[in-house]
Design a protein around this ligand. Structure first.
Ligand code: FES
Length: 94
């Protein structure tokens, strides 16, 4: 039987930002996608067909994690580091 080995992972200092106006706490060194998923955000955006969008590839190729950051559309959350004070909004209609 294989025994699971769990290693503690140190996290960086906390950073605070918002998603659709709600306060979220992430950690320095995390991607925006990781911080939003850890915070339990159910969808990063809505497709034109009204379906929720969440990260799929986690390597920047599909834009399923696209969000608006500080007014800039189509920012890939899986390639973006969290920063203190970011204003993140759901990306709609992409
Ligand atoms: S999860 Fe695929 S581009 Fe970000």
């Amino acid at each position: 039987m294989v025994k699971a080995i769990r290693m503690e992972t140190p996290r960086g200092p906390e950073v605070r930002f918002t998603f659709d106006g709600a306060p979220i706490t992430g950690h320095t060194g995390e991607t925006l996608a990781a911080a939003l998923l850890a915070a339990g955000i159910p969808a990063f955006g809505i497709t034109r067909q009204g379906q929720p969008r969440l990260p799929f590839c986690n390597m920047g190729t599909r834009f399923d994690c696209a969000v608006r950051v500080d007014g800039h559309p189509l920012v890939r959350a899986c390639l973006t580091d969290v920063r203190e004070g970011m204003d993140v909004r759901a990306q709609e209609g992409s």
